[in-house]
Design a protein around this ligand. Sequence first.
Ligand SMILES: Cc1ncc(COP(=O)(O)O)c(C=O)c1O
Length: 356
Amino acid sequence: MSKGAWPVVSGCPVAERIIDLRSDTVTRPSPGMRRVMAEAEVGDDVLGDDPTVKALERRMAGLLGKEAALFVPSGTMSNALACVCQTSPGDEIILDRNCHIFNYEAAAASAIGGVQLFPLDGYGGLLPIDQLPSVVRPVNVHHPRTAMITAENTHNRAGGRIYPFDELEAISSFARERNLRFHIDGARLANASAATGITLDRYGALADSFTFCFSKGLGAPVGSIFISDEETVTKARFWRKRLGGGMRQAGILAAACMYALDHNLERLTEDHERADRLGRVVGSNRRLDLGFPVETNIVILEAADGLLDIERFRLDLEAEGILTLTFGGRFMRLVAHLDISDGDIDRFEQVLSRIL
Ligand SMILES: Cc1ncc(COP(=O)(O)O)c(C=O)c1O
């Protein structure tokens, strides 16, 4: 890549190569992926004519052992469809306070579906299962109706934490007993599956619906999928259109997602190994602490003594060509992905020991 094509780094000297650790969404489609996109068979997907989109939907429904799936532009839209299509206005959804749906989706469920979100404080992104019986509302004219529970696997704000399978099973049985829907935001379910060896269909059996993203660790430029039973997916198709998410020759994008499934699923463990290395580099610096154990491709760190100005630290890294994200005023996030190499981690290590 020519130097002129590098991102502008807020007036700081541009380093040899930008190391972008902000997110696994920053990857660019590889030449192989671009080739299949260019050659994709397409049709008008809103009219139900795009063979590549249909093939992707069938493949994903099959992988999770579900009846149907719907290709959507983003994980945010898929989660919104999950909330809107499995509740009625005025219902309540139980979720954990740190989840993506509650924090980073512009209150879509409330704004679009008219539902109330009931956040619980769990540790590290996990729902406090023992509290569930007491927070499901009794049927009473005063209360909203509890309609759904959601869980996030892996958990973004909890440093890519894998939801323990037995806890998902417990939530799943509880939801079934109480006649509640259970949605899993599996934007990074592929990472959980790669790390645990638990196949996607075993996860699929636990919940009524799933969000799954191709544009994160799997490296596609665009695309997520909503997976559920036939009836819910039919509703979701209506809502996707209503929200302006119906895409026409979307097979170009679906082809990239197919390519991602074929080439980038199994290599996710490489990202996990690199994140583990990043975590060890962070953990061995006396001024930094790991926010959570590193289980997949995300590393969250914070100042060990509370004295390090995390925003200043981010700018110092940026001046060295290393991009990171800060949040909550105390935390920094580093994410390993397709475009991060072992050499990049070496350089991160050198820069860290120099600036801290
Ligand atoms: C756990 C989780 N769910 C949903 C999303 C939303 O995905 P999108 O950015 O495609 O809307 C993200 C995005 O990072 C995420 O981390």
